[in-house]
Design a protein around this ligand. Structure first.
Ligand code: ADP
Length: 274
């Protein structure tokens, strides 16, 4: 593409248009390939628990006179059914965050409330692994955006921190105001002492269905969609999500959002331009 860009600048108008057309076609092909991959991934991910449920129900029928086996199979059916439900819910969440402009329903959202909600969502799982959750940072901060989308994003980060950490560790969640491009920004960071993420995978974990360790992800009820949702929510709110990680030591995911005054103003002027 660099070579294309250079030759496009020096070429006469006619060939420049041809080059633009070629670039457009390449982009269209890329989008089509991503869409095809996504559909293939969704089908595979849905077929796995559905197939397991079908086999397990046959096993239950065959073991009708062995109550112990029936209980065992029923337990596994429950796990597969939960996996199927999680996947469908995350697919719905993902299509919602992709299709809707969250800022048409924006309101001031208290960061403290988002954090409590995320912590509550993971409390049971954290306590079963004896993981301590610590909330700190600057109190009383507000962001501007779509409440439930922001809650889903932060919830996913905290859930991952708990899922990918061993027992008896700490998950720390903190909010702060930091200087950034175009004014102040609000940062919400989630730090764990978990398995960490190899450097070669760090760019890819935000892709839909990408997992560093698929078996581990499935074992913890993961769908591979959580971080794709977080990335979309951050971007559509004019922010970003950053990751810092050290293998075997832990990770920090930071959700960075524009300060509410500037976010609201940017949204208003975007509306005026439309
Ligand atoms: P999943 O449902 O598999 O957790 P995500 O999209 O939320 O999917 O995350 C993608 C992958 O990134 C995970 O499968 C895991 O390998 C890795 N990952 C995410 N968060 C963490 C974390 N806090 N620590 C270590 N690995 C993580």
């Amino acid at each position: 593409t660099d070579a294309l860009a250079v030759s496009a600048r020096s070429a006469p108008l006619g060939s420049r248009l041809v080059l633009l057309l070629v670039e457009d076609l390449t982009e269209a092909r890329r989008i089509e390939a991503v869409r095809r991959d996504f559909v293939a991934n969704v089908s595979h991910e849905l077929k796995t628990p559905a197939g397991a449920l079908s086999l397990l129900s046959e096993a239950v029928l065959d073991a009708a006179d062995d109550p112990e086996a029936v209980t065992r199979f029923a337990g596994r059916m429950q796990i597969e059914a939960t996996r199927l439900t999680n996947l469908v819910q995350e697919l719905i969440d993902l299509s919602r965050v992709q299709d809707n402009d969250p800022l048409t329903h924006a309101e001031p959202v208290e960061v403290g409330e988002l954090i409590s909600e995320a912590v509550d969502r993971c409390r049971q799982q954290a306590s079963s692994k004896q993981i301590t959750m610590v909330v700190g940072g600057t109190p009383g901060l507000t962001v501007w955006g779509h409440r439930s989308q922001l809650a889903a994003a932060l919830g996913n980060l905290v859930e991952n921190a708990v899922n990918y950490s061993p027992a008896h560790t700490r998950v720390a969640i903190a909010a702060a105001v930091v200087p950034g491009r175009g004014g102040e920004q609000i940062e919400i960071s989630v730090t764990d002492q978990g398995v960490g993420i190899p450097e070669s995978d760090r760019d890819r974990i935000f892709e839909r269905f990408y997992r560093v360790d698929p078996a581990r992800s499935r074992a913890t009820g993961g769908t591979g969609l959580g971080l794709a949702i977080v990335k979309h929510v951050a971007a559509s709110h004019g922010g970003e999500v950053l990751v810092w990680s050290s293998e075997g030591q832990g990770s920090t995911f930071t959700l960075r959002l524009p300060e509410p005054g500037s976010a609201r103003e940017r949204h208003r002027s975007a509306r005026r331009r439309r």
